[in-house]
Design a protein around this ligand. Structure first.
Ligand code: KG4
Ligand code: ZN
Length: 357
């Protein structure tokens, strides 16, 4: 490798419906190409695994070529390849891993299989020289919602709590659907909510009040969004029954009130986790971190609690290849061992497994 403190790394992401290829030089972002198959899933109201896998096959080589052109580098300039090895959809992951395995073997350079969730966190450390501090990370995506204590991003992540049912993004998508918004509903609901009143309806905040100390110890940093989802569904049903189809302003109020309940719970618990662990840093990552209300309230609450807040730019919060390249580059800088040839994927990988053998 030319330079282990500033390696040229190409990262491939294919765990769900985004084919992402990123290129970094050390921690500098050079290219971030994304091809999404989201439009192909829209009519099914959710991601169809086989459709996603086939779309990755079509998109991956052109995306690699575009990324190389944008970064103005050649394949033979690369020092290493990084790829999402899990968690994610099995067939989708396999497309990326096969491309990465082939490229690394063909070029004779190391391959780093990385965790998709840890990569969401790692993307924050692009384009900065800062020493990476131990941090609480609130990870909010379409498939996962958890509070992590990140002592060292490449090998020391502990889960303090996670959702017991739906992920935050999943809840956004389901409520968006109830409100008649197109898939994926998270960004659409975010937009609708900007015109609504977030205090119009007081939706439940699950697991924020405890009467039993044992319960508190077990669930203080856990989440549950299924009760909230039912409460919103019931509210809509009753409103329609009483006054007919929802007006635009009624839909906006529901969206804003639902969103407020979600971000309130997410941030209350994340701030509490930072206090409990005596950490000064709070990082928010994953697709839902693109949410405008989450970003605004996180800024307020972090300031009030004396925490230093880090959130990637909205475009880097949702799935992309830059985050994979970023984690690969950090793994190299930390002297971690590359994966072995023929890296296997693990669709159910836990977040603690940051790097794969
Ligand atoms: O991290 P991500 O791109 O994919 C997974 O790893 O799951 O997250 C996708 C999720 C989807 O549920 C999407 O609706 C949600 O993130 N999302 C948002 C916003 N942008 C994306 N949710 C709320 N507000 C947004 N602005
Ligand atoms: Zn993701």
């Amino acid at each position: 490798m030319n330079n282990s403190s500033a390696p040229l790394v190409l990262g491939i992401e294919s765990s769900c419906d985004e084919t992402g290829v990123g290129i970094v030089l050390g921690r500098k972002l050079l290219a971030n190409e994304i091809a999404s198959s989201v439009a192909e899933h829209a009519r099914f109201g959710g991601v169809v695994p086989e459709v996603a896998a086939r779309a990755h096959v079509d998109a991956i080589l052109p995306a690699i070529e575009r990324a190389l052109a944008t970064a103005k580098v050649k394949l033979t300039d690369l020092d290493a390849i990084a790829v999402t090895a899990g968690p994610g959809l099995a067939g989708a992951l396999l497309v990326g891993a096969s491309a990465a395995n082939g490229l690394a073997a063909g070029l004779g350079i190391p391959l780093y299989g990385v965790n998709h969730l840890a990569a969401h966190v790692a993307v924050e450390y692009l384009d900065t020289e800062q020493v990476i501090p131990p941090t609480i990370a609130l990870l909010v995506s379409g498939g996962h919602t958890s509070i992590l204590k990140v002592d060292e991003i490449t090998n020391d992540i502990n889960v303090m709590g996670a959702t017991m049912d739906d992920a935050a993004g999943e809840a956004f998508d389901k409520i968006a659907r109830l409100l008649g918004l197109p898939f994926p509903g998270g960004p659409e609901l975010d937009r609708l909510a900007t015109t609504g009143n977030s205090t119009a309806i007081n939706f439940p905040r699950a697991m924020t009040l405890f009467t039993d100390e044992g319960d508190r110890a077990n669930k203080e940093f856990s989440f549950s969004f299924s009760g909230l989802k039912s409460a919103v569904a019931r509210h809509i049903e009753l409103a329609v029954k009483n006054s007919g189809p929802l007006s635009q302003s009624a839909r906006a109020d529901i969206a804003a009130s639902f969103q407020e309940a979600v971000v309130d719970v997410l941030l209350s618990k994340a701030v509490l986790a930072a206090k409990r662990e005596g950490l000064e840093h709070l990082l928010i990552a994953g697709g839902v971190a693109a949410n405008s209300r989450l970003r605004a309230l996180a800024t307020e609450r972090s300031k009030a609690a004396g925490l230093k807040l880090a959130i990637p730019s909205p475009g880097l919060c949702t799935d992309n290849g830059a985050m994979v390249a970023a984690l690969g580059s950090l793994a190299i800088a930390a002297g971690r061992r590359p994966s072995s040839a023929g890296l296997a994927v693990d669709p159910g990988a836990a977040v603690e497994q940051v790097l794969f053998n």
